[in-house]
Design a protein around this ligand. Structure first.
Ligand code: M6R
Length: 366
């Protein structure tokens, strides 16, 4: 049932080219320039007129929401807020008419997310679910939405569900932006074409497997890790850190690369690995100067970089190389080496990576 892989987590990491492909199939047609999503189309009017969109989720799904915040604001010009379900549900949140809520959940059974949307629904909000498990409680409580079609995810650490969430949320943003007219036809067409190439690029990223396994042996004894990124890559840094914590029990923190100067930089010394998500995008130059700051303080710079980026290579002790794509789509590819790094560090430490201690696959109690 593990398909020849040693663990479900590794199997699910390697399934991603296929799961992203499945998620796009029947929906995105780059030649025709169309995105077909019936459960979104139905609420297109409300989305276009929305005063704001609120993403509600927990854990890895919350990270997908953060990436979606950057994408929706950029493409759709709609104000987006991203909320931890557990905080949102208890603080008597302001919900106005015309607010659209997007609930993101792999299992569709996370108690906090479920109650949060039920509360918002009672106050008149429209709820769209981005859910993996068909027929789950969150799917049923939503007015509309779109399934991620990633197939069953057995490993407690979410991997393929995350990239499928990103694929669905990106398609939603593209669809809404196109109907609204907030994206140029040219950029829309280009992003659709680039999107179709994502499964293949994830497959290329997976070729770093053996190299990352070696990196894991090299860094497995670190006590702490710092993960840094900016823009679309900031949530990827958070996700990389969460994966490492869950699977290897190494303390890790994700931070926006520029914010590190406001505190965490005090942690940097010759023992601290600092993982930069530093692929080529509008922020790249800024990230490079953040790398220089870490290197100057003797931190061990490890970076996820775009093929051919010699500047970042020179600044790094080790690199994980990724094929180039549009910055909006990069998180789906950039997270893959970080999943592998966490996996192999966990394995190198002899831990039960599919069932980390203290964790449940879905958190059905608050
Ligand atoms: O099923 P959900 O997406 O609602 O679950 C949310 C979190 O519990 C989940 O993402 C958790 O953080 C994972 N263990 C992360 O790998």
């Amino acid at each position: 049932e593990k398909g020849g892989y040693e663990h479900f987590m590794l199997k699910e990491i390697f399934e991603q080219p296929q799961t992203i492909y499945d998620c796009l199939r029947g929906r995105l047609d780059a030649n025709a320039g169309t995105i077909t999503m019936a459960g979104i189309q139905q609420y297109a009017d409300q989305l276009i007129k929305a005063n704001r969109i609120v993403m509600i989720a927990c854990g890895t799904s919350w990270h997908a929401g953060l990436v979606a915040e950057y994408i929706f604001e950029e493409l759709c010009r709609i104000n987006v807020e991203v909320e931890y379900a557990s905080e949102f549900r208890y603080r008597n949140p302001v919900i106005n008419e015309g607010d659209v809520i997007i609930a993101i959940s792999q299992s569709g059974e996370t108690a906090d997310t479920l109650v949060a949307i039920e509360t918002a629904k009672a106050k008149g909000a429209i709820i769209l679910g981005v859910v993996n498990v068909v027929g789950s409680s969150i799917a049923r409580a939503s007015h509309g939405g779109a399934y991620t079609h990633a197939g069953p995810e057995i490993g407690v650490a979410s991997t393929k569900a995350f990239t499928a969430q990103l694929a669905v949320l990106t398609m939603m943003a593209l669809k809404i932006a196109h109907i609204k007219g907030s994206i140029s036809e040219e950029r829309y067409r280009l992003l659709l074409k680039e999107m179709e190439e994502v499964p293949e690029k994830v497959a290329i990223a997976l070729k770093q497997n053996d190299h990352i396994k070696q990196l894991a042996d090299k860094y497995k004894d670190a006590r702490d890790f710092l993960y840094l990124g900016r823009g679309y890559n900031f949530p990827v840094a958070l996700e990389g850190a969460l994966k490492l914590k869950e699977i290897s029990y190494i303390h890790a923190e994700g931070y926006p690369a520029a914010e590190m100067k406001h505190g965490p930089i005090a942690l940097v010394d010759e023992n601290l690995p600092v993982v930069f998500v530093a692929t080529k995008d509008a922020y790249h130059e800024k990230v490079v100067s953040n790398m220089q700051e870490i290197k100057a303080r003797k931190g061990k710079v490890i970076s996820v970089i775009t093929e051919g980026d010699t500047t970042s290579t020179e600044l790094s002790l080790d690199t994980m190389v990724i094929p180039e794509t549009d910055e909006i789509l990069a998180p789906m590819i950039n997270v893959v080496p970080l999943q592998l790094l966490a996996y192999y560090i966990g394995v190198a430490k002899g831990l039960d990576v599919d069932k980390p201690r203290n964790l449940a696959k879905s958190v059905t109690v608050e």
